[in-house]
Design a protein around this ligand. Sequence first.
Ligand SMILES: [Zn+2]
Ligand SMILES: [Zn+2]
Length: 282
Amino acid sequence: MKRNYFHASFTPKSLNFRTLNFLFGYIMIEISVLGSGSRGNSTWISNGTDSFLIDAGFCGRELDERLTKIGHNLKDVQAVVITHDHGDHINGAGVVARNANAPVWIHARNLNKLKKRLGKRVEFQYFTPLMPFTIGAITITPFETPHDATHSSGFIIEQDGAKIGYATDVGFPEPSVIAALKKCDILVIESNHDEELLRTGPYPPILQARISSDEGHLSNRQTAEILKAVAHEHLKQVILIHLSGENNNPSLALAEAKMALEGFSTEIVLSTQVEPTARITL
Ligand SMILES: [Zn+2]
Ligand SMILES: [Zn+2]
């Protein structure tokens, strides 16, 4: 006979992530984009036991405050995995690594510049594109992304069949990036700018050219192109990240993504620069 674990006062509403894991042995992955945009990027990923950040582009205090908002804190961070060496992705990585005593995973060929930027007393671990590595029970497979940084990377995060794709700061919908992002349950993807708003916006021509180049950022249209190519019936959520404050409008990004995912029941979540998204679990 199936055991009923529920006490009368123990409503589904009170079920949290750790409780579900404990009671039912569910392996779940939890994700929250703590903030995303040109003023800082960081994403929390955890299976309830193993936890890490992708990027740490906010100062330590700011990251701690944002983690507190989703029920965690800096000490819960067991590793920081870095996409690339631009300040909006690494500014707080050294502080987090020292405070949480957490290693920082970087591209194996990205040593000197990052080591200098992150300061002393940081333990580095090195990854190579397409070579999976693990943080506890979570497997992470890096893949290269076209961007004007030193060895920029995206990641596939997997545990027990659950798959999250993570792609930020991607110059254009490169076929290898699209191939990497297929069959995900959750996709975290840049939707940086609206092409018309960028063209008519406040940025000088040289910066406009950099952003729209093949080593810059994905426009809403390019993100939609990727979404169309990777959409499938089990794609539960798409989290749009790195929206430009000057050259985009959340409603435009959302509309393009919605059109690309027409016919699918995928939920689209907009991240913001100022606060964490809700925790999304798989
Ligand atoms: Zn960048
Ligand atoms: Zn960036």
